[in-house]
Structures are given as structure tokens and as C-alpha cells.
Design a protein around this ligand. Structure first.
Ligand SMILES: NC(=O)c1ccc[n+]([C@@H]2O[C@H](COP(=O)([O-])OP(=O)(O)OC[C@H]3O[C@@H](n4cnc5c(N)ncnc54)[C@H](O)[C@@H]3O)[C@@H](O)[C@H]2O)c1
Ligand SMILES: [Zn+2]
Length: 695
């Protein structure tokens, strides 16, 4: 994105400076910026490019060449300026930097120290006789703010050093992910807004006074004033650790001395690869000339030293909107919330979903639907929502509702642990699958919807719907609460179900994206289970309403379901050839038991225009409650009836609708049909029309 930024015009330059200044002010005060770091960096790069071409137009408040972009201040003067770092964005730029350094030194640098660029806030800790006396922020680099009050909750920054010396230890304060999570839990418990991400959390926390709660952060030392000048950087880090300060030496991304640029590049890559595993955030890798003599010779500019550079890593945080929350049940019955996001590109990948871990996590983060949120994604990790930007709420945000029953099987939820789980555990999937399969619009097996399905699954008799058809009388009689009568009734119902038409058997499989009406269309199109199973994505895409993407999903599911389908066919389930209508099968996939009636010429897949019967050529919508002879039928059964009569059933009124069956409380569909001049029949009139098919 940095490469593709077009040069700024002079009009854009002023706006760019204003935008950067505003972002930096937010970033350094409480971290509430909505720009990703890479967006900010690209903005500053564009500003720099413009200023190089137009040096006499540089605005005085431009962020370039200033520590903290000129946005931070302070009233405690620093003993020695606290500088920033120059950035490079690729291995090539890092190599160029090393070449420049070599030119400046007049010889190759005597090795480099490569260490993580900790994503926090720079501070200076002044020790007098080994005791912490003052803690100061970086500020504008020349003076910072006194935050001594906050030192007590910063881990790794000892109150007393191991030796009684005067020294100023400098380094970064950050929140580890665990500290961040804990901080937000504490804050929301106190009715305060959560921090949007760990980086944002530091500035706010360190500067705040008199909070009724305490949140811990972590210090990493990487510099000092007052230690012998001849210490190399690696020796200095060792010394800091000796004195009792925490350094990155304690982490997997520990600083390493590298003899050559090539070695340094390698360590940069290693630390970059470690990034996702580290318990804290890094936004780059710092390469420093290690030898004190090299540092002295290279010197420093007003903003940054010339002997060190930051190889920036792609930004892993971006702001987007939380559009909704889905609750998915895993194989073991874990019920996991997943955030649906307005798509956002993070490090070249479009992110549309993010994990929300568990319900407690949602509460802890005080998330709402419609919130602008910080999303984190690094490497191959599943993207996660960090927290909302509470200041940006408009009032239109909605609370996230937690499920009260298992969204898959409808049973109770065990909320005893942080991760919610269906009380059925691993059996949830089987129970849900059976309950769906035996439903009124699928196999219609009465008496198997409720606890009976649980009983069969938990007794180990049934794991999927094919098992239903091999149940024996003895097996059923051995179950609790199963008398002779109920056993025989159940077996009879199962026997009847064996003869259910293809569309219902297919629907019972519960293939994702194929509900009742789609199942009817697929069944009508292919005519047999064997033909459906043999269909490839191209053939499926011929069916009305199935796009290429959906066709692929269905094919993938059918592959998974093949063993189950085989067992059903072996049980002669789904072999009954009673396909309601039979438009032309354009795929050549019609195998045994193809369509038997009709045989019209509907092009474009599966519509019933060519069917025969009283509704031939009709596109029918049913609305309101059915009365008379239709009163007993489910909506699916009415739709099946329509298709048996040669018509095409649809759920919504459009210009293509030719007939509306409107019962009581027909509402908006009736109004729309009237507006479009569509023929409207009462349920009774309609029943007359299709009397033959009603049987
Ligand atoms: N998103 C935004 O709106 C926004 C706004 C302003 C700044 N920023 C970010 O901040 C950056 C510029 O900020 P900056 O000037 O504060 O600093 P920087 O992040 O570019 O680099 C310098 C800082 O790195 C830190 N650091 C971490 N580990 C270090 C180590 N091992 N050795 C030495 N220093 C180490 C120090 O605090 C040092 O001051 C930008 O590049 C941008 O990514 C973002
Ligand atoms: Zn369940």
C-alpha cells in the first residue's frame, strides 16, 4: 500500500498534514486513533515525499522530522534527548540502510544487535542510589510527563536495583495480551470503557491518576544513561538485566549479536516469524550497530539515531465494524461466538470473521453489534476482535444476545465453564441431525423429535439418520419408557418414511444451503439420489438459485455425505421415484429412476414452467394462514402441492409472480400483489384449483 500511494498535490498536502497531526495526537494521548499504523506510516511517507520536492512549502506543524510527530509534550526535561527510530519496510531497504551506515563509518559496522521492537510507550526511569526516583514519558523527546505514580504497577521496573547506583534506565512499557485482557475485565467491571487494543491501553493507563483499580503492565529495558560509554549494546542489555530490570532477553525474541548484515537479516526474519507466538505485541524488529564506537561515530539526527533502524512489520490491527455475531457449535458441542465484520484488509488478507472466544469474553470487552472495533490478525492466527472504540458509538449499537438453548440441537447449554457447551457434548451433532431429519418437512417421523432422539443417540443405537432404518424391535423395547405400542408405532412411522419422496430424503440430509424449497428444486432437476450424488459443481449450478459458489459447497458436502447416502440407498430410502415435477434434466446425469412425468423444456434450470397440471406456467406465492382443506398442511406441504400441480413455488412476490394464495393476515405480500395486479386466490379457491393433486 505504501508503494502505490500516488504523489500528493499541494491541496492534498495540507489535508494530509492535518490528518496525520490529528491521528498522532489521538495515538499519543489515549491511543484512540482510527488509523492503522501502516496507514499512518503511508500518510507520513507521502508527506515526506511532498516536502522533499517542495522544501519551501513545509508546514510548521508537519509531523515529519519530529519525535512523536510533534504530538506529545511534557514539562520534565530529559537528561539526554529520547529519540525515535527511522523506519525501513523491506529487506532491501534494510540492506540500503546498512550500506549507508558503512559509508558513514568508512568501514563495515562491527556487528549488529537485533531485537524486537516492542509496541508500547517509551519511558525513562531515573534511579538515585539504586532507588527509583522518577518515571517520565518520552514526550516530544526533549521533555516528558512525570508518571512516577504509575511505576508501582509496572512489572520489570524494580523499585530497588541490585546496586546502589545513579542511572537512568530507558525502555518500553507495554501490556502483554494477558495483561490487556485482565485490564479490560477490570475496567468493564468498574463501568469504564474497555481499551481498544494493547498499544492504546498503555498511554491511557500510565498517565491516569487516582483510578479506583490497578492494572499491571510490563517494562522492557533497552537503553540507559549513566552507564560506561564503552559498553556495546549487547553488553548494556546484559548490565540492565544484572541490575534487575526486565529486558527482551527473557523472551523467545531475545536480542542477538549478529556479525554481518546477512546474519542480521536472518534474525530479523526469525523474530518476525516468532511474532504470533509472543505474549506481547511487536511492531517491528530493531537493528542497532552494536559497538559503542560505531554508535558514536554514526551519531544522531534531531529525530533518530543513525546507528539504529526499525524494520517495520505489517500492521496487525485494523479498525472495522462488527456487523453481527454468529454462534457455532463445534464437533465437541462447544458453542463459540464468531464476529461478522465489515470486510477489512489486514496484511494483505481480507478479514470478514473474527473469533470472540466465549461469552465472558464478549462481556469483558463490552462489545455491541454495530461497534467500530479493533481487529487483530497476524500470520495464520484466526483473527480476533480486541475491543470496541467506545468513543465512536452513535447510540445505534445493539446489545449482543446470547443463545438460551443450543443453536444446533435446541437442548440446554452448560454455562458452567467459560466456554459454553451443549449439554449433549459430542452427541449434539447427531441429535440435531436426527431431529432435523425426522422433522415434518423432511422424513416426517412422528415421536422422534424430542427426547427420543437424545435417547437413541445416547444409547449408541443411532449416530445418523441411516441408522434409524436398521433399528430393531428388540433394541427399541430395551429402552426406558418404550412399551410395545410406542415401539410398534415408531417402527411403522419409520417404515412409512422409507417411501418419502426424493426431495424430502435429500432435505433430511441437512446439506448446508439446501432447505426445503432448494431440495425440491434439486430433486426435480436430478430425479434420483444417485444422480444428485454423481453431480459435479457445474451440473448443480444448473439448478435455479444455485450459483457457482454454492454449487461447490454442496458438492463438498455431498462428498462427505457419500457413505451416509450409500447406506440410505442400501436401505432403499430415497429410491422412491415420486418426484413432483420433472423439468428437463439438462445435465445427462439422470441415472436410474429418472423423472417420470412431465418432461417439459424449462431452460435455465429447474423452473416448473414446462410442467403439466393445473398450475403449469404459474409462479405461485402463498401467504397468510391457510384455511379449509389446506389448513392441515405445513407451508412446505403447500409448496409441494403447488409443484405437484405443475407450478413453481416461491417465497416472495415479484413481477414474475403470477398467482398469490392469500389466507388471513396476508399483510404486505398481498398489498404488493395488488399493486402489481397479480391474481389473488383464497385458500379455498386454490384448493378447488388443485383438487386432483390434493388427493
Ligand atoms: N496509527 C496512528 O494513527 C499512529 C499515529 C502516530 C504514530 N503511529 C505509529 O508510531 C510510529 C511512530 O512513532 P514513534 O516515533 O513513537 O516511534 P516508532 O514506533 O517509529 O519507533 C521508535 C520507538 O520505538 C520504541 N522501541 C521499541 N522497541 C525498541 C527497541 N528495542 N529499541 C529502541 N526503541 C524501541 C521506542 O519507544 C522508540 O521511541 C509510526 O511509525 C506509527 O506506526 C501511529
Ligand atoms: Zn446441541
Amino acid at each position: 500500500m505504501i508503494e502505490t500511494t500516488a504523489p500528493l498535490s499541494s491541496a492534498q498536502y495540507g489535508d494530509a498534514v492535518a490528518a496525520a497531526v490529528q491521528a498522532a495526537a489521538a495515538y499519543y494521548s489515549d491511543g484512540s486513533t482510527t488509523l492503522g499504523d501502516d496507514e499512518y506510516d503511508a500518510l507520513v511517507k507521502a508527506i515526506e515525499a511532498y516536502e522533499t520536492l517542495h522544501p519551501d512549502e513545509v508546514l510548521p506543524h508537519s509531523p515529519t522530522g519530529k519525535v512523536a510527530g510533534g504530538a506529545a509534550t511534557g514539562d520534565v526535561p530529559h537528561s539526554v534527548p529520547m529519540l525515535s527510530l527511522d523506519n525501513v519496510f523491506s529487506a532491501e531497504e534494510l540492506a540500503d540502510w546498512a550500506t549507508n551506515l558503512e559509508r558513514r563509518l568508512g568501514r563495515p559496522a562491527a556487528g549488529f544487535c537485533v531485537e524486537p521492537k516492542l509496541d508500547g510507550l517509551a519511558v525513562a526511569a531515573r534511579y538515585t542510589a539504586g532507588r527509583l526516583a522518577r518515571l517520565i514519558t518520552r514526550g516530544d523527546g526533549l521533555a516528558g510527563e512525570d508518571i512516577t505514580h504509575a511505576a508501582e504497577a509496572v512489572l520489570g521496573l524494580p523499585e530497588l536495583l541490585g546496586e546502589s547506583i545513579d542511572v537512568e534506565i530507558r525502555g518500553e512499557v507495554l501490556f502483554t495480551q494477558a495483561q490487556f485482557d485482565h485490564a479490560n475485565e477490570t475496567r468493564t467491571a468498574h463501568g469504564a470503557a474497555p481499551f481498544a487494543n494493547p498499544r492504546n491501553a498503555v498511554a491511557g493507563t500510565l498517565r491516569a491518576k487516582d483510578r479506583p483499580y490497578r492494572v499491571e503492565s510490563t517494562f522492557f529495558g533497552y537503553d540507559a544513561v549513566g552507564l560506561p560509554a564503552e559498553l556495546s549494546h549487547t553488553a548494556l542489555l546484559e548490565r540492565l538485566a544484572e541490575l534487575g530490570a526486565n529486558t527482551a532477553r527473557s523472551t523467545a525474541a531475545h536480542p542477538r549479536h549478529c556479525a554481518t548484515v546477512e546474519e542480521a537479516q536472518q534474525r530479523v526474519q526469525e523474530i518476525a516469524d516468532l511474532r504470533v507466538e509472543l505474549p506481547f505485541g511487536i511492531d517491528g524488529v530493531v537493528v542497532k550497530a552494536d559497538a559503542a564506537a560505531d554508535q558514536e561515530l554514526a551519531g544522531a539526527g534531531s529525530r533518530a539515531p543513525r546507528w539504529a533502524v526499525a524494520r517495520k512489520l505489517p500492521a496487525v490491527h485494523k479498525v472495522t465494524r462488527l456487523l453481527g455475531v454468529e454462534w457455532n457449535v463445534g464437533r465437541t458441542g462447544i458453542i463459540a461466538p464468531r464476529g461478522v465484520l465489515e470486510p477489512v484488509v489486514i496484511d494483505g488478507v481480507t478479514v470478514t470473521y473474527a473469533t470472540l472466544h466465549n461469552p465472558a469474553d464478549i462481556t469483558r470487552r463490552d462489545l455491541m453489534i454495530g461497534d467500530r472495533v479493533f481487529v487483530y490478525r497476524a500470520g495464520d492466527v484466526i483473527p480476533r476482535v480486541e475491543a470496541p472504540l467506545v468513543d465512536e458509538r452513535t447510540g445505534a449499537e445493539q446489545p449482543i444476545t446470547f443463545p438460551e438453548v443450543c443453536p444446533r440441537c435446541g437442548d440446554a447449554i452448560d454455562t458452567g465453564e467459560q466456554r459454553w457447551r451443549c449439554v449433549r457434548g459430542r452427541n449434539c451433532q447427531a441429535v440435531a441431525g436426527i431431529r432435523y431429519a425426522v422433522g415434518r418437512d423432511q422424513l416426517d417421523i412422528e415421536g422422534l423429535g424430542g427426547t427420543r432422539a437424545v435417547q437413541l443417540v445416547e444409547a449408541g443405537l443411532v449416530t445418523d439418520l441411516a441408522d434409524l432404518f436398521t433399528l430393531t424391535r428388540e433394541q427399541l423395547l430395551a429402552l426406558d419408557r418404550m412399551g410395545e405400542t410406542s415401539t410398534d408405532n415408531l417402527l411403522a412411522a419409520i417404515e412409512t418414511a422409507r417411501a418419502q419422496p426424493l426431495n424430502r430424503v435429500f432435505c433430511a440430509l441437512g446439506v448446508r444451503g439446501t432447505g426445503r424449497s432448494m431440495s425440491r428444486r434439486i430433486a426435480a432437476h436430478f430425479g434420483s439420489m444417485a444422480a444428485i450424488r454423481a453431480a459435479d459443481a457445474e451440473a448443480l449450478a444448473q439448478v435455479d438459485g444455485i450459483g457457482a459458489e454454492k454449487a461447490r459447497v454442496i458438492v463438498a458436502e455431498l462428498v462427505e455425505l457419500a457413505p451416509l447416502i450409500d447406506r440410505l440407498l442400501a436401505q432403499e430410502v430415497g429410491t422412491a421415484v415420486t418426484v413432483p415435477t420433472a423439468p428437463a434434466v439438462a445435465t445427462g446425469a439422470a441415472a436410474d429412476g429418472g423423472p417420470t412425468e412431465g418432461g417439459g423444456s424449462a431452460e435455465g434450470g429447474g423452473s416448473a414452467e414446462g410442467g403439466s397440471g393445473p398450475l403449469a406456467g404459474e409462479a405461485v406465492v402463498v401467504t397468510g394462514s391457510m384455511t379449509g382443506r389446506l389448513a392441515e398442511l405445513s407451508r412446505n406441504e403447500v409448496n409441494e402441492l403447488i409443484e405437484r400441480a405443475g407450478g413453481k413455488a416461491s417465497g416472495s412476490v415479484s413481477k414474475r409472480t403470477t398467482l398469490l394464495v392469500a389466507g388471513e393476515k396476508a399483510g404486505s405480500k398481498r398489498a404488493k400483489a395488488e399493486e402489481l395486479g397479480i391474481r389473488i386466490l383464497t385458500p379455498e379457491e386454490f384448493a378447488e384449483l388443485v383438487a386432483d393433486q390434493l388427493g
